[in-house]
Design a binder for this molecule. Structure first.
Ligand SMILES: [Zn+2]
Length: 273
């Protein structure tokens, strides 16, 4: 190769490398959205993860894999509960396309089928546990709710999730309808669950997901008084930045039979200014 050609080749490679690095920085940079930005954060909510027939609340491990791969392919970045709270409460920085994956109910199938997928594809998730359903071996697992094989996780599995980089939130204590419960029952549900998670996991949970998404003004106030800083509903779409009530945060329900690519592509495009 002539020296001139060699020079051109080297210059070309350098330019490509610089452009690639620039694109990568732009893609992963965290920043504070300006006042004219339109940014929303999808917090996906999933329930059972089981191979076999998909339903509204059962997603197959394969389809969960498609969801996380789609999020990666489209440049979404996972955010933690702390980062979400900082963004919503204190205008903290966010990645260009923030997202969060959450699971309600803490069934054993999530540990068996969701954890390997999340680890492999680099997606930490939040598991909201109804702590009254969590037992300790050698006691039998609690079996509750309906659907196939409804065995609850036990505490060692929740601890293993935490050690694998996942976050544990509260799904109250016994999974009752908080909106219909007496005030003292609501307080006991929220305080017991929070204390149990703090004692077992070593971190007091920052967030609560209302069982069945059912809440009221009194329940939201009780959540704040019990020390939670975020309260999640069961649906309603992505969280718009600037949302008023941090105790009524919507989530994106993922039906088990839906096409993950369609769900992700239906999300509003963030506008950064
Ligand atoms: Zn639930």
């Amino acid at each position: 190769m002539k020296p001139a050609a060699r020079f051109l080749l080297a210059a070309g490679i350098t330019l490509l490398a610089l452009a690639g690095a620039g694109y990568w920085r732009w893609r992963v940079a965290w920043r504070v959205p300006g006042p004219d930005s339109r940014v929303s954060i999808p917090v996906f909510v999933l329930h059972r993860v089981l191979p076999g027939e998909a339903t509204e609340y059962i997603i197959s491990p394969d389809r969960l894999k498609k969801l996380v791969r789609e999020l990666n392919r489209r440049g979404f970045t996972p955010v933690s509960l702390g980062q979400l709270h900082a963004a919503l409460h204190d205008r903290g920085p966010l990645p260009r396309k923030p997202a969060m994956i959450t699971f309600d109910d803490a069934y054993l199938d999530m540990y068996v089928h969701a954890l390997p997928v999340l680890r492999k594809h680099g997606w930490p998730a939040v598991f909201f546990a109804p702590t009254g359903k969590m037992s300790d071996p050698p006691a039998e697992r609690v079996v509750w709710g309906d659907g196939p094989d409804p065995r609850a996780m036990q505490w060692p599995e929740l601890i293993a999730l935490k050690e694998a980089g996942m976050e544990i939130g509260s799904h109250a204590w016994t999974h009752i309808n908080l909106a219909k419960a007496l005030p003292e029952t609501v307080n006991a549900e929220l305080e017991t669950s929070r204390r149990e998670i703090a004692e077992r996991i070593g971190v007091a949970p920052m967030a609560l997901a209302y069982p069945g998404g059912r809440h009221s003004r009194e329940v939201r106030r009780a959540a704040a008084e019990a020390g939670y800083r975020l309260g999640f509903l069961s649906g309603g779409g992505p969280i718009p930045l600037g949302v008023e009530d941090l105790y009524a945060l919507p989530r994106v329900h993922v039906p088990g039979y839906a096409d993950p690519a369609a769900i992700v592509s239906a999300l509003p495009e963030n506008v950064w200014r």
